[in-house]
Design a protein around this ligand. Structure first.
Ligand code: DX5
Ligand code: ZN
Length: 228
């Protein structure tokens, strides 16, 4: 079994938007592996956030990969726009993609990596047949739409089963988790098989500051290899 590299992906949903550039530079300097950008349309999820202009602005602010999480209906309408804005990876929700295989090809053709997100109730089986086309599976560990929610423990069974399937397939597919990731949950989530940890409030809202919060999360996710 190959050693998993842990990735910490700060979600700018929890950043202070009056100083977004500073916040992105702080997580970049603090050791983030990727910047997570939550795009919401008020239809697929009951909240509205931001679109390609913010992706472009973040692209100008960091050298890190940009991980765009599309919580929008008909995401195929915006794939080129987000790829051109600077998205390194585009995550679509399986619940919004009746032609998921086609959508994944579309993302690849636009020059981005492919991610597929699953809501807490959505079974892994819905994406099993397209797993070879996926660069990252993103398991929602909360119901998408808002930061600062509590992790739903039952979602970790799905993380375990997806890790088994990825191992059996033998492709370097990332397994991400998104929602309610903090110091009290990350160790168990890592133990379940996740290797990409999206965290918003636990990083941008941390009293101890951004670098310390990210180091602590990384250490807790990989207890045998403390950060440093
Ligand atoms: C939720 C978003 C998450 C969110 C996570 O719909 O997809 O990325 O920012 O926020 P926390 O880490 O605060 O749960
Ligand atoms: Zn997200």
């Amino acid at each position: 079994m190959t050693a998993k590299a842990i990735q910490i992906a700060p979600s700018i949903l929890a950043a202070d938007f009056t100083k977004l550039g500073e916040e992105v530079r702080a997580v970049t300097a603090g050791g983030a592996d990727v910047i997570h950008i939550d795009v919401m349309d008020g239809h697929f999820v009951p909240n509205l956030t931001f679109g390609t202009l913010i992706v472009e602005a973040v692209r100008r602010t960091t050298h890190l990969p940009l991980d765009v999480h599309l919580m929008i209906e008909q995401p195929e309408r915006y794939i080129e726009a987000f790829a051109e804005a600077g998205a390194t990876m585009i995550n679509v929700h399986v619940e919004t993609c009746p032609h998921l295989h086609r959508t994944l090809q579309h993302i690849r053709a636009a020059g981005a990596k492919t991610g597929v997100a699953l809501n807490p109730h959505t079974p892994f089986e819905l994406i099993r047949e397209v797993l070879p086309e996926v660069d990252r599976v993103l398991v929602m560990t909360v119901n998408p739409g808002f930061g600062g929610q509590r992790l739903i423990p039952a979602t970790l069974n799905k993380v375990r089963r997806i890790r088994e399937a990825i191992t059996a397939l033998g492709q370097p597919i990332e397994l991400g988790v998104d929602g309610g990731i903090d110091l009290s949950t990350i160790a168990e989530v890592a133990h379940s098989g996740a290797d990409v940890f999206v965290a918003g409030s636990a990083i941008f809202g941390a009293a101890e500051g951004i670098p310390a919060a990210m180091s602590a999360l990384r250490a807790a996710a990989m207890p045998s290899h403390p950060a440093g």
